[in-house]
Design a protein around this ligand. Sequence first.
Ligand code: G6P
Length: 485
Amino acid sequence: MKLVVVSNRVARGKANEPMTGGLAAALLPVVEKSGAIWVGSSGRVRDGSQKEPFAEIEALGAGALAMLDLPAAHYGGYYEGFANSALWPALHSRTDLIRATQEDYLSYREVNAFMARALLRFAKPDTALWIQDYHFLALGAELRDLGVTRPVGFFLHTPWPARAIIGGVPHHRELVEAMLAYDLIGFQTRDDCENFLSYVQSDLGLGVRDGVVRSRYGTSHIKVFPIGIDPEKFAHQAAKAVSHPDVSRLRRSLNGEKLAIGVDRLDYSKGLINRINAFDLMWTTQPALQRTVSLLQIATPSRGAIEAYGNLQSELAKLVSDVNGRHGEVDWTPIRYLNKGFSQTVLAGLYRTAQVGVVTPLHDGMNLVAKEYVAAQNPADPGVLVLSKFAGAANELDTALLVNPHDIDGMARTIATALSMPLMERRMRWEAMMAKLRAGTIQQWFADFVDALQQTRPDQGAAEPPPEPPVLWPLRSVNSGARYQ
Ligand code: G6P
């Protein structure tokens, strides 16, 4: 069975390029190997008068990457509007930040319909489609309306919150009904699955048995697939990256001081303000820790045109400079704060340099940074992960030091505990976490989902030959901006 993977943001197979967000970085190595076609947004827009969607196509490992120009009239309403100012806040339980107009919703639906039309040429008789994330909740329904009967699966990379919170999303009922056009819906955690099923039963009045929902589209299988990383590859990268110039400069600059590290997209779901407040409190209540530890906080900006993100960026910059002003010395900066992205290789080396990894979101689907921090550690002298109990990763990484990100005092104490943890305990906790990472790799996640998707319609594809190099349409030259047929 051939596979088409769809996500809003895609990643190119270039080494040493910064990548924003867990989804694209996580998918890149597995999609590359699988021979799938990965379709997503080019980040550019084009006016709607064109008859055919315009895509730039390039080879990606054994498969290909197709980047579509989305319709100019609807892009803002879709991306900054409904996807990131209605769905994203609601999915992260921030209904107070929902801002969306009827126009935004219509644009969101238009872009989903546009993507469905564009996918038609990839949905050959032996193809399954795997749609990623909240940008495309209604894409499955649009594909069905166009007559696609192939297996279509969906995976949500964010949390799925409680019923009442989803009720805060304009048109929530229509959207969840549309989601039931997917044959398989995957979530990061059991809680997400249960919240979704509870909504479907109570708000849509549909029957659910053994995780299978019956709707007018047929049946949808609802399952948990916790996303992972490639821990061995990451560990190898981290060990090698120690000699990278950025990493060795960081080490030299520490002068024997310990380092805590936080790496996040600049997003209100990440709990950045609470984290800085916890460090501030720790240095205030335990002054002996001043000068002995600093925090390297990388906060990569994204979605800057949205007011909530602009406000957070200003608030955070002010808070960091305030904390540095109060605790800093002529030769010591408590928080090194960077608003830029780094490549996976450099990040791996930075994680390995830090004795403590702080991953303290208020609510997060999985948070792959937590897994990467663990995989990057030196087995002989591993660092300690301080992890929010509201990150999906906390279900697996239960030997991390788990914290409540709303409890600033508790976080401050836990960070101090992490800094003084004896080697034996660090190793025991780290080994238990590594065992979990090895048991749930990204390769396993990908294979499990695709297997389960294929089984939803076993009549369509079971007897098909194994994947072959996917030349499903004439590939034009890389970066040529070729229009595909
Ligand atoms: C999260 C979402 C992804 C998204 C990424 C980056 O990880 O789940 O779908 O691509 O953030 O966000 P951006 O809006 O910059 O693509």
